[in-house]
Design a protein around this ligand. Structure first.
Ligand code: HDE
Length: 618
C-alpha cells in the first residue's frame, strides 16, 4: 500500500506544505509552545476522519440528528489508542484499546468515548486514581514492563474481585489486536435514548468492524514490537492512504427500564455486559474512515474527547462511574490543552450530583467473568491461561499470585489449575464471595463473545502476504498467485535475502521490495514458498528464511508451498503435519492458478489453530 500523502487533501485548510511533504497547520508549530502534556491515559493514538451514515430513520427511539433520516451523513473523527501506555511505547503491548468517536452533528459535537472491550475494571470512579496509579510505571523507578504492569497492578486487581471480568478480556487476545481496523468498539456505559415525545429507553452502543475482529498471538506481538513498534498506527494510516477505507457497523442494544430491572445484573454496573442473547443488537448505521489527518499535533494530540459532549436525544444514566468520568475529562483537558490553545471545556453545570447508589446486584463479581471464559474456543482459553501465567510469573510477591489464583477459582477451576501449574503452585481455596446467593444468570455461554463469531466481510483485502524469492525461483506460478491475490485486494510483497532484483529460472526479473533481515515473518499474514530447486537450496541455507517460515507456522498463519518449496517446510519441522493441516496448502507449480482461490479462503480465516497443538516450534 502506498504511503504517499495526497496534497489535494489539504485544499481548503490553512495548512501549508513544507519541503518533503511536511505540513504546517498551527502557526505555533515548532515554537516554544509545541509541547502539551500527554494524556494520563490513552496517550499514544491515531486519528482518522470520515462519516457516519444512518441506515434508516430511528426517530421512534431518539431525536438525535445522526439518526434522523435514512442516508443522513454526519462527519466523524475517530481516535484509536492504547489505554495505559505512555507515548513512545510500542503499539503491541497487552492493553485495552480506546475507541473514541466524535460525531460533528448539526446540533453540536457528540463524543462516544469507548473502548475495544465492553466492560471496565471498576464499578466506582472513586477507585480510578488507585487504578491509574497501579497501571502506570512503578512509582519508585518509573519502570513498567509495558506489556504487563507490575506487582501494584496485580495487588490492586486481586483485591478487587469486580475487576475479574475485565481481566478476562485483558488477558484474552482482544488485548493484542491485529489492527486498529480490526477491533470492535463499545460505548461500555448504558445510555438513554430520548425521542421527540420525551420517551426514553436504555441503550448500549456497539461498533463491529467489516474487516473482522482479529488478534495477534503473544509471541507474534512481542516480535512485531521490535520489528515495527508503530505497527498499528502505520497499518491504519497506510490502509486509508491506499483507499482501503475501514468501516464499522454501529449496532444498538435497546431495552426498557422495566426489562433492566428484571435482569440478574445491574445495567449501570460497568463490569457487566448485556449479553446479545438477552438483548439482540440492531444495526443502525455505518462509519467509514476515509481521511488521514493533515497534521498530527493539531488533530491527534490537541483533539479533546469528553463524555459530557452530548446532543439532544442521547443522555447519560447517572451511575457512579460515568458521573466521575464527566468531571475528569473536562478537568484533564483544562490541564492538558487550555493553556496552549484556549480550548475551555464547558463545566458540568448539568450535573446536580444525581448519582444513584449501587444496587445489591453490584456485589456479584464472577458470573460474567465465567460467561466470557466459557464462551471462548479451546485455543482462546489456552491463550487466556498463558497470559495469566506470563503476567503472574513477573509478580514478585507470592501472596499476590496466590490471591489472584484464589479469585480465578471462582471463574473456572480449570483456568485456575492451568495457571497454577505454570507457576508451580497448588490451586488454592476459592476467594470468599461478597454475595453467596446471586440471582441465576440468564445466559451462561454466549458464542458472540468468541473471536470465531467475528470473521468480517472483507476477506483478504489489505492482508499482507509474503512471497519468498531467491535466484532461480519459478516465475510463472508466482506471477499467477500474485495476480490472484492482488485482484482479491491483498497486498503482496516479494521478500528476499536482500531487496532488489532476483533472476528467475526462466530469466525474468523479480524485484524484492522487502528483505527477510528487516521484515521478518511476523509482519505478514500469510506466506507463499516458491518452487525452483536452486532457490530452495539457497533459502534452506539462510537462517532468516527458516526463522521466517517457522514464525509464520508457529503463529498459525496460512502457508502455500509450491513444488520443491515443500522441502523447506519439512526442514522447518512441519513434515509430520503438512498433509493434514488446513492452514498449509501444497501444490505443484503447474496448479498454482487452481490453488489460488483455496489459498485466499484460507488466508481470510486469519489463523488455523490446528498448528497450535502440533507446532514443533511452539
Ligand atoms: Fe477514560 N479518561 N476514564 N475511560 N478514556 C481519559 O481524558 C476516566 C473510562 C477513554 O482519545 C482521560 O482526555 C475516568 C472508560 C478513552 O482522547 C481522563 C474513568 C472508558 C479515552 C479519563 C474512565 C474510557 C479516555 C485521559 C473512570 C471506556 C481517550 C485523557 C471513572 C468507555 C480519549 C483525557 C482520547 C481518556 C478519565 C474510564 C475510555 C483521565 C475518571 C470506562 C477512549 O480524563
Amino acid at each position: 500500500m502506498a504511503t504517499k500523502r495526497n496534497p489535494a487533501r489539504l485544499s481548503g485548510t490553512s495548512a501549508t506544505v513544507l519541503p518533503f511533504g511536511r505540513v504546517r497547520v498551527d502557526p505555533s508549530d515548532h515554537s516554544d509552545h509545541k509541547r502539551i502534556p500527554e494524556r494520563i491515559l490513552h496517550a499514544p493514538g491515531s486519528v482518522a476522519h470520515g462519516y457516519f451514515e444512518a441506515y434508516d430513520a430511528f426517530a421512534q427511539y431518539t431525536r438525535a440528528v445522526p439518526f434522523a433520516e435514512k442516508g443522513k451523513r454526519t462527519p466523524v473523527s475517530a481516535r484509536f489508542t492504547k489505554g495505559a501506555s505512555e507515548r513512545g511505547l510500542k503499539d503491541m503491548a497487552r492493553d485495552a484499546r480506546g475507541f473514541a468517536v466524535k460525531f460533528r452533528t448539526d446540533e453540536g459535537n457528540w463524543d462516544l468515548v469507548g473502548n475495544n472491550m465492553p466492560v471496565f475494571f471498576i464499578q466506582d470512579a472513586m477507585k480510578f486514581p488507585d487504578l491509574v496509579y497501579d497501571l502506570k510505571p512503578a512509582p519508585h523507578h518509573g519502570i513498567s514492563r509495558a506489556e504487563s504492569p507490575h506487582d501494584t497492578f496485580w495487588d490492586f486487581v486481586s483485591l478487587m474481585p469486580e475487576s475479574t471480568h475485565m481481566l478476562m478480556w485483558v488477558m484474552s487476545d482482544r488485548a493484542i489486536p491485529r489492527s486498529y481496523r480490526m477491533m470492535q468498539g463499545f460505548g461500555v456505559h448504558t445510555f438513554r435514548l430520548i425521542n421527540e415525545q420525551g420517551e426514553s429507553v436504555f441503550c448500549k452502543f456497539h461498533w463491529k468492524p467489516l474487516q473482522g475482529t482479529h488478534s495477534l498471538v503473544w509471541d507474534e506481538a512481542v516480535k512485531i514490537a521490535d520489528a515495527d513498534p508503530d505497527f498499528h498506527r502505520r497499518d491504519l494510516w497506510e490502509a486509508i492512504e491506499s483507499g482501503e477505507f475501514p468501516e464499522w457497523e454501529l449496532g444498538l442494544q435497546i431495552f426498557t427500564e422495566e426489562q433492566a430491572q428484571g435482569f440478574s445484573f445491574d445495567v449501570l454496573d460497568l463490569t457487566k455486559i448485556v449479553p446479545e442473547e438477552l438483548v439482540p443488537i440492531t444495526p443502525v448505521g455505518r462509519m467509514v474512515l476515509n481521511r488521514n489527518p493533515d497534521h498530527f499535533f493539531a488533530e491527534t494530540e490537541q483533539v479533546a474527547f469528553c463524555k459530557s459532549h452530548m446532543v439532544p436525544g442521547i443522555d447519560f444514566c447517572h451511575h457512579p462511574l460515568l458521573t466521575g468520568r464527566r468531571h475528569s475529562y473536562a478537568d484533564t483537558q483544562i490541564a492538558r490543552i487550555a493553556g496552549k490553545a484556549g480550548v475551555e471545556p464547558f463545566p458540568d453545570t448539568n450535573d446536580q450530583d444525581r448519582v444513584c447508589g449501587k444496587s445489591e446486584k453490584f456485589a456479584e463479581h464472577y458470573a460474567q467473568a465465567a460467561l466470557f471464559y466459557n464462551s471462548q474456543s479451546a485455543v482462546e482459553k489456552a491463550h487466556i491461561a498463558a497470559a495469566f501465567r506470563l503476567e503472574l510469573r513477573g509478580v514478585g510477591v507470592p501472596a499476590i499470585r496466590e490471591r489472584m489464583l484464589s479469585s480465578l477459582v471462582n471463574v473456572s477451576r480449570e483456568l485456575a489449575a492451568d495457571v497454577a501449574s505454570g507457576l508451580g503452585m497448588q490451586v488454592p481455596d476459592a476467594m470468599p464471595k461478597a454475595i453467596t446467593d446471586p440471582e441465576p444468570a440468564e445466559v451462561t455461554v454466549s458464542p458472540a463473545l468468541s473471536l470465531k463469531a467475528l470473521p468480517g466481510q472483507r476477506g483478504v483485502r489489505t492482508r499482507q502476504i509474503a512471497v519468498l524469492v531467491e535466484q532461480g525461483v519459478h516465475h510463472a506460478p508466482l506471477a499467477s498467485i500474485h495476480r490472484a491475490l492482488t485482484d482479491a485486494g491483498a497486498v503482496v510483497h516479494f521478500v528476499g535475502s536482500r531487496v532488489g532484483v532476483f533472476v528467475a529460472s526462466s530469466g525474468e526479473e523479480i524485484e524484492a521490495d522487502r528483505s527477510m533481515e528487516s521484515s521478518p515473518g511476523v509482519l505478514f499474514d500469510a506466506l507463499v514458498v516458491p518452487d525452483g530447486s536452486d532457490a530452495v537450496q539457497a533459502l534452506a541455507g539462510n537462517g532468516h528464511a527458516m526463522a521466517f517460515i517457522k514464525d509464520i507456522f508457529r503463529h498459525c498463519k496460512t502457508i502455500l508451498a509450491l513444488g520443491a518449496g515443500r522441502e523447506l517446510l519439512k526442514m522447518a519441522g512441519m513434515g509430520p503435519v503438512m498433509n493434514e493441516d488446513d492452514g498449509i496448502l501444497l501444490a505443484e507449480s503447474a496448479n498454482a492458478a487452481e490453488v489460488a482461490p483455496a489459498f485466499i479462503t484460507a488466508v481470510s480465516g486469519h489463523r488455523h489453530s490446528y498448528h497450535e497443538s502440533t507446532s514443533p516450534t511452539k
